[in-house]
Design a protein around this ligand. Sequence first.
Ligand code: C2E
Ligand code: MG
Ligand code: MG
Length: 625
Amino acid sequence: MVRSGTAQSKPGLPRSLRENTTWYETINNSSDIYRRRFLSALLIAGLFLPLFVAVLSWQSGESWNYLPLLAVEITLAAGLVASRLLPQRGVNILIGILLAAYPPAYAWGAFAPGNHQTYIFVLLCMPPIFDNLAPQRWYWHWCAYAVSVVAAVSFSSMFGAQSAWVTDFSPRIVLMLHGIFIVLWALRFVTRLQLRNYIAELADNIVRDKATGLPTIVAFRDAVQREKKTFVGLISVGNFRELSALFGYSISIEILSIAASRLQKMQEHLNGKAFRLRGHDFGFIREMAVGESALDVAHSVQSGLTGPIVFQDKTIELSYRIGYTVIADGDAEKALDEAEEALDMAEENGLDCAAYSIFGKKATEAEIHIADLMTLSRNVSNKTMSVFYQPIVSLSSGKTAWNEALVRFLGSGESYEEPTRFMELASTTGHWAAIEDFMFERAIAWACAEGGSVSVNIALKDLDREAIRKTIEAGARAAREKGSAIILEILEGDFGSASASRLQALKGLRDSGCLIAFDDFGTGYSNYSRLLTMPVDIVKFDRSMIKGARGTRAEATLLQGLIRFCYDIGALTVAEGIETKELADFATDVGFDFGQGYFWSKPVPEFSAVSAERTMLIAGKMARP
Ligand code: C2E
Ligand code: MG
Ligand code: MG
């Protein structure tokens, strides 16, 4: 079973999200249509009653009644016309007046002289009228108001106040009539409550995805429409098909749940909203602050999503792609189309994320590059990059043998970003040398202070610059005096471009006390004979080799052979990308000297890095741990 990112927590949808959907509003509006019809029917019925009373009054010779009856007829007729013609808001006001006028009318009906039985019957119908007409928001206010007036009038007339009740009915009849209506009202109330719960449940089923607990595309459309300037991202699990094919249906459910639970966390962290749109695609929206970069938001979402999961005792990396756009007109369909187009572009170009652009593919890539380029230039000119350190741990003693210095760039979101794409950009934009100078200056200072041995990544082309050679030579000497070593990590593939002068320079640096490490050994154009021809003290095996060797016997045999070979030529071996205890045990078993990976520590800033054991790697003297 999956151990990380559990799928258990599926909190219900917030009420605002459910009720802010077109779907829910349509139901509510249609109930408003019924309210309007009920109002019209009430007014039509009301028009006949004064006529009926007029006839009664005429028969009993109460001619003084005609004038108020006429006024009532005119008012009711005007109300009827208005209820048919007014817009929704106007109808609400009319209903408000009607409901407010009913209790005083009730009082008038009860206390006015003369025979008003018919009115009183109508007025007794008030509870159902309230129930049908009162707008949801005002329901309880009207109820409280009406009930208190009716109760006050009824009690005062029953207990002595001179009223039509006393002349027309006995108190017992009044009590009975009220009782009947209260029971009817209560029944009606319960039904109404049940109906509301039923609608809410129905809405929840439509608006909430059962598998992930996230709101669906229905809510997505409405949420986008309600926002102003919005980041709209479409997120796809990149290797979903491959993983489903490999592990079957059960993993697809787990992948969805894990992606959803990570997105749920991100909602709080980034103050955005996540949705499950369809299949294995998710949506993420977030209102953009002034001056905020959409690319930064996309990167934050991405970094929040990434991370390994363990399924059936195998560590699996989920890869995510994001296509995004920024809209300001609330057009959800357009936003979806644009984000989808961007996602397609990301897929076609093998990018992790891509922005929608009206200029198409090239502009999209350019846009990302420009944003990256700006971050890079800002970092180099303001020297805001930072050095993170990751320990290389002795597999026998568990102690830190040295730390690898890794550059980090300050993004516009004030978080430090990983270097690969910036370094690629730096090599073509003239920023490379400044970054390497910065890294060596800082790493050497740390090694000489208290950090112990440090390895720094370097490209062979850097060795063409005399300035950096001098810095490294002096640094290596100073570090050696403190009992530490400076290790140069060179990508194994980089040796393909090695000129004689560069190799000479490298040998010179080694003579001055540096150690040379082959980085990411086993990737790219691996040529194992380089181990014999190049000066090498440490070989860092790429994580793909270790993972591969765990899977097949042939690769395991090859790995063991290579480790044995390194041992024979006196080179120390490091297993890279160790993320789990199982991998660490495996690396120990196959004979690696050291390990590096998230299992021990991710790269961390200098202030939280653990200094290396000085006794373990003494400059110039290599010691197996
Ligand atoms: P690298 O030299 O092979 O550095 C190791 C990379 O692997 C680091 O990525 C590190 O965060 C990552 N890593 C460490 N443990 C694990 C693990 O358990 N699992 C996984 N998945 N990854 C792990 P980072 O910092 O993003 O650096 C990427 C590459 O960028 C480095 O690969 C190095 O080639 C280059 N780089 C970093 N800093 C510098 C620098 O100052 N100068 C130069 N020239 N290149 C640099
Ligand atoms: Mg390295
Ligand atoms: Mg490496």
